[in-house]
Write a protein that binds this ligand. Structure first.
Ligand SMILES: [Zn+2]
Length: 165
C-alpha cells in the first residue's frame, strides 16, 4: 500500500531519525539524507516514487525499503527493538498521530518495498542523483566484490543520466 499519505519518508526522517543524532543526520543536496542504516557521512539516502508508494534507496549501503521497513531497521539499530511490520505500523501511527483503524490493512505484496523492477525505478528517478553518488557505489561495489549485475545496473543509470544532460 502507499504510505506516503500517512507516513511520508521525509517527515519520518525529520521526526525520528534526526533527533537520534542531530549532529550527524541532515539533508543534503537533491533532498538526499544521511543514511541511518550505514556509517554514512555524505547524504546518500534518497526517496524514489513508485506506483505503490515511496521507496527509500541508499546509494551507500544499497538499502531498498519502504517507510515501515525503514522504521523496523532504525528501531533495531538505535533502540534494540525488534519490531514486526504490524508493530512498526502501530509505532508509526503514534508518531504521526494517525488512528490505527484508519490505516488500511496491508496486502500480500506489501513489505517487499515494491514489485516494480528496482533498476527501472532507479533510472526513472535518476534526476535526483548525481555522478558522485555512482562513484561512491562503484568503489563500494569493488570493495565488497559485488557481482557483475550490480555494476551493470550502475552503468545503465550513469548512461541514462549522461544522455539527459
Ligand atoms: Zn545506507
Amino acid at each position: 500500500m502507499n504510505y506516503k499519505k500517512y507516513f511520508p519518508v521525509e517527515e519520518y526522517y525529520r521526526r525520528v531519525v534526526i533527533p537520534l543524532n542531530p549532529n550527524r543526520f541532515h539533508y543534503g543536496s537533491g533532498d538526499k539524507m544521511v543514511c541511518p542504516l550505514h556509517d554514512d557521512h555524505d547524504p546518500s539516502l534518497g526517496v524514489i516514487e513508485s506506483k505503490s508508494g515511496e521507496v527509500c534507496h541508499c546509494f551507500g549501503c544499497g538499502a531498498w525499503c519502504d517507510v515501515v521497513d525503514l522504521h523496523m531497521r532504525v528501531s533495531k539499530i538505535y533502540k534494540k527493538r525488534y519490531l514486526d511490520r504490524d508493530e512498526a505500523r502501530k509505532d508509526l501511527c503514534n508518531i504521526f498521530h494517525v488512528k490505527l483503524e484508519e490505516l488500511p490493512e496491508e496486502g500480500d505484496s506489501d513489505g517487499k518495498a515494491t514489485d516494480e523492477r528496482r533498476e527501472d525505478l532507479i533510472v526513472e528517478n535518476m534526476s535526483k542523483f548525481d555522478i558522485s553518488d555512482f562513484r561512491y557505489r562503484v568503489l563500494d561495489g569493488k570493495l565488497k566484490k559485488k557481482k557483475i549485475g550490480y555494476f551493470n545496473a550502475l552503468m545503465m543509470s550513469m548512461i541514462w543520466e549522461s544522455k539527459s544532460q
